[in-house]
Design a protein around this ligand. Sequence first.
Ligand SMILES: Cc1cc2nc3c(=O)[nH]c(=O)nc-3n(C[C@H](O)[C@H](O)[C@H](O)COP(=O)(O)O)c2cc1C
Length: 211
Amino acid sequence: MSAIAAVLLYGCSEPKIERIVFQGSSREAIVSNILKRRSIRKYTTQQVTQQQLDTIMKCAIYAPSALNKQTWEIRVVQNQKILEEINKRFLAFAQGKELQGSASRYREEGFSIFHHAPTLIVMAGEKGSNYTKLDAGLALQNILLSANALDLGTCPIGSLVPVLNLPENEDILKLLNIPEGYEVTINVALGHPDENPEAPIRYSEKVKIIK
Ligand SMILES: Cc1cc2nc3c(=O)[nH]c(=O)nc-3n(C[C@H](O)[C@H](O)[C@H](O)COP(=O)(O)O)c2cc1C
């Protein structure tokens, strides 16, 4: 607790909640975790452990959500057969199309839409709720940052979203036990990074401070 000042807050009959105020190197580490996170598109074959998943998933569900409705359903896929099937569905969808970003390379031998990551997180959200996508985005960022803090790599995989939401791929959502009335909002490749990419350009002029 040397660099951390703890402020104790008391509720009436509630248990004590310790509020941690980060200072010094702890505070820098949090900012650095945000600035140093990168999308990883090359992974080793080493699998993510249950303990690491537990931490990342806890962080995911601690994301804020509108009215605390937690409109997400999150599935963590480490089953090789299912991963291969999801990639096959993407390749079937892509056939003959001109796609953007890394998805545009789908014609390459051995292409994987989730960059051969050993774990794929599929996040779904309630259809028709105004905040589903915003809730998903917040949980997504918690996944990306907590994984980065554990020295793991991630990459959001938006290109899989329309594929998994096609009526003909409904069987995949059933297999993943995603309830009726939910649609895929985002996917995340997760694993041990095998690259250390530079940060793509940021547009600081998009931020204006008005005093
Ligand atoms: C909603 C969303 C969808 C994305 N989809 C993909 C994708 O399908 N494939 C991919 O390789 N990267 C994808 N990315 C990663 C972006 O390309 C990446 O975040 C951006 O280039 C900035 O790089 P950085 O994450 O390293 O800071 C996605 C990112 C977001 C936020």
